[in-house]
Structure formats: structure tokens, C-alpha cells
Design a protein around this ligand. Structure first.
Ligand code: PLP
Ligand code: COI
Length: 361
């Protein structure tokens, strides 16, 4: 099945240039969708088959489809960028294909072939290239996902799956692309426990984070910070982003990967770029009390969130039940700014890429 490739069907009614321009004028995040989608099916008898790039449309789903009851679902997030020469490029799509495979394995789903995953992204970007915004913060956000659509209410791994990728023209994830965010320290809710699904990109992790995210919003915060579930002591990650801390001696620290942290591709890219630039990056446990103390004593000068959607977003303030603490002057610090431009320059093809991360479509 590894030779699965996506056949391009034409869309009889793509939207007009004028409609597209109006939709893309101020896209926000995840609201403006392109004309096409990639879709493939799995059955025990036929394996992966029927791989097509087709007109984006609702999908019929039986009310007994397993995903609707037991949440056997995984997804990915990656971006296509418009390059200076008017072309398009993807950033490390093979890393997303690989993580999609490990998420599938954790959720007892049939993995989707990595080559076919990349083929789907490339062909969708090719056909919907006009939907890539031509703005400094704009990109085409690709959302591959897989659901169990077997019609059966028994609790067991399904034998039928649907793989789909949709695409969305996006601007920056947070309202102010140059500002900082305030994060809410979740002292009641945790995100993921040892032995759980935290390292998998499955919808259930996000469903269970929403009460904490809503609590954060009610406290005037943009994101939630989760602590480890066992001791409620160590900082793990945010609801949809990994986290880095910068110290006055210029070193960086990020929590080490575990089965309760999503292994971010942006996180991995930042570690690589920072080390190549001569910076020290420690992957170490970091206790919440230590965070407070390091900020109060001035030892910590910056903190930032990172992810495909967030890119690199500085954290200006941490708010907990008892207290708030502000990091630096609540403005983007020099380390976050430098790393962000190094990363974005590679993603948009403005600099030499020695890693093979930038891939023209
Ligand atoms: N952590 C969580 C919980 C996420 O949802 C994301 C976003 O995908 C990340 C981290 C960052 O991962 P990546 O850099 O691969 O987008
Ligand atoms: C991403 O960055 O791709 C995510 O999935 C995170 C989500 C907050 C949109």
C-alpha cells in the first residue's frame, strides 16, 4: 500500500478570484477554507484506497461511526508558505507524517503511509496555491486528520478509517502578531498523565483541555499552562504549544519530552537552530516555584510559546490563582525575536536551509 498516490479530480465550482480575495482580506485563524480536500479510505479488505484530491464538501457519517462515540481521531498541523518568487513551500512535512504515524499507533489506528501523507499535502497545496496569503504573517494551514468510521458500537480498534486533509488560509494565531500573551496557570486541571495520550496529537487531548482553556479566557489569558499530572509541580506545555525559557546568561531551557508532552516540530527546530547559533539549550524539568523565583529575581529574562500555529510568541505574564508575575518588560525579548526570524526565514525561503526543512511544492 506504500504506493498510494492521490489522484487530482477537478473542482467544477471553485470560488471566483473576487470571492477568494474578499475571504482572504482578513482571514484570522481556521475560518477560511480552500476549494479542495484530500481524502482516502481504509478498510480491512482493501487497505488504504480511493485517494483523491476533490472538491471540499461535507462528509457523510453514520451516527454509529466509532469516532463519534469513542473519539478514535488524530490530526496534524503544518503550513505552506508563499515564497518570494511566487511559489509555495512546505516546512518539514515528513516530520508531521512521522508524528501522524506515532499518534495512530498510540490510538490503535491503522497508520497512514508517510509517503502518501506528503503526497496529499503537496497536491492539495498545488491545486489550492492561490489561497496562500501573500502577507508577512500569512500562510496556508494544512490540517490532516484521520477518523474511525466503522459503524459499530463495540469498544475496540476500528477496521475502517477516513484520512482527510483540509486547508485554511490563515493570519497570525493570536490577535496581536507582535505582542506578548498572558498565560493562565492551570492548578486544577491537568492535560496528560504518565502512560496517557499526551504525546499523541489526538482530538481527545484538546477536548479535555477546553475547560482549562475556558478558565484561562475567563481570567483574561490567551493560553493555559499545564503542570505535570503526577506531582502538579513541573511545567509541561501550553494547551496548543510547547514552551521555552531564556535566562540572563543567554541559555535556553525547555521541558524534556515525555509521554505527556507533544513532541513539537517547532520545538525541535528551535533547539537545532539555537544550538547551531552557539546557544546552550537544556531539556530539563522546570518546577513552577522555580519559574516564579527565576522571574522575580530577574534570572529569567524571557519565556515564549512555540508551535506551527503560534510560531514563536513571547509570554509577557503568567497568572495563577494567587498571583501574577510579569516576564521581562512584557515585550518580545531579543532571543525570541532572533529565533523567530531565523525560523521564519527558513520557512519562507529567505535564507539558505542546510537541513532540508524547506521543501518547494
Ligand atoms: N503542543 C501542543 C499541545 C500542540 O497542540 C502543538 C501544536 O501542534 C504543539 C505543542 C507544537 O507542535 P508543532 O510545533 O509541531 O506545531
Ligand atoms: C498547531 O499549532 O498546529 C496546533 O495544532 C495547535 C492549535 C492551537 C491550532
Amino acid at each position: 500500500m506504500s504506493d498510494l498516490t492521490f489522484e487530482i479530480e477537478s473542482n467544477p465550482a471553485p470560488r471566483s478570484t473576487e470571492d477568494r480575495a474578499a475571504l482572504m482580506a482578513n482571514p484570522g485563524f481556521g475560518k477560511v477554507f480552500t476549494d479542495h480536500m484530500a481524502i482516502a479510505r481504509y478498510s480491512a479488505e482493501r487497505g488504504w484506497h480511493d485517494a483523491r484530491i476533490t472538491a471540499r464538501a461535507p462528509i457523510p457519517l453514520d451516527p454509529a461511526a466509532a469516532v463519534l462515540h469513542y473519539a478514535q481521531e488524530i490530526f496534524e498541523g503544518l503550513k505552506a508558505y508563499r515564497t518570494a518568487d511566487g511559489g509555495a513551500a512546505l516546512f518539514r512535512p515528513e516530520a508531521n507524517a512521522k508524528r501522524f504515524r506515532s499518534s495512530a499507533e498510540r490510538m490503535a489506528m491503522v497508520p497512514f503511509p508517510e509517503k502518501a501523507f506528503i503526497d496529499a499535502q503537496r497536491k492539495l497545496v498545488e491545486i489550492d496555491r492561490a489561497w496562500i496569503p501573500d502577507t508577512p504573517d500569512g500562510s496556508l494551514y494544512l490540517r490532516p486528520f484521520m477518523i474511525a468510521n466503522e459503524v459499530f458500537l463495540g469498544v475496540k480498534p476500528a477496521t475502517e478509517y477516513l484520512f482527510i486533509t483540509i486547508a485554511s488560509a490563515v493570519g497570525s494565531y493570536f490577535k496581536d502578531p507582535n505582542g506578548t500573551v498572558t498565560v493562565w496557570l492551570s492548578e486544577h486541571y491537568t492535560r496528560a498523565a504518565p502512560g496517557g495520550t499526551g504525546a499523541a496529537k489526538c482530538g481527545g487531548n484538546y477536548a479535555s483541555s477546553l475547560a482549562a482553556q475556558a478558565e484561562a479566557a475567563s481570567k483574561g489569558c490567551e493560553q493555559v499552562v499545564f503542570l505535570d499530572a503526577a506531582e502538579r509541580r513541573y511545567v509541561e506545555e501550553l494547551g496548543g504549544m510547547n514552551v521555552f525559557f531564556v535566562f540572563e546568561d543567554g541559555t535556553l531551557l525547555t521541558p524534556p519530552l515525555s509521554d505527556s508532552i507533544l513532541p513539537g516540530i517547532t520545538r525541535d527546530s528551535i533547539i537545532t537552530l539555537a544550538r547551531e547559533a552557539g546557544m546552550t539549550v537544556r531539556e530539563e524539568l522546570y518546577a513552577i516555584d522555580q519559574w516564579r523565583e527565576d522571574v522575580r529575581s530577574g534570572r529569567q529574562t524571557e519565556a515564549f510559546a512555540c508551535g506551527t500555529a503560534a510560531v514563536i510568541t513571547p509570554i509577557g505574564k503568567v497568572r495563577g490563582r494567587e498571583d501574577d508575575f510579569a516576564i521581562g518588560d512584557s515585550v518580545a525579548g531579543p532571543v525570541a525575536r532572533k529565533l523567530r526570524s531565523m525560523l521564519v526565514d527558513i520557512q519562507r525561503g529567505n535564507t539558505n536551509d542546510s537541513h532540508g526543512w524547506f521543501q518547494k511544492v
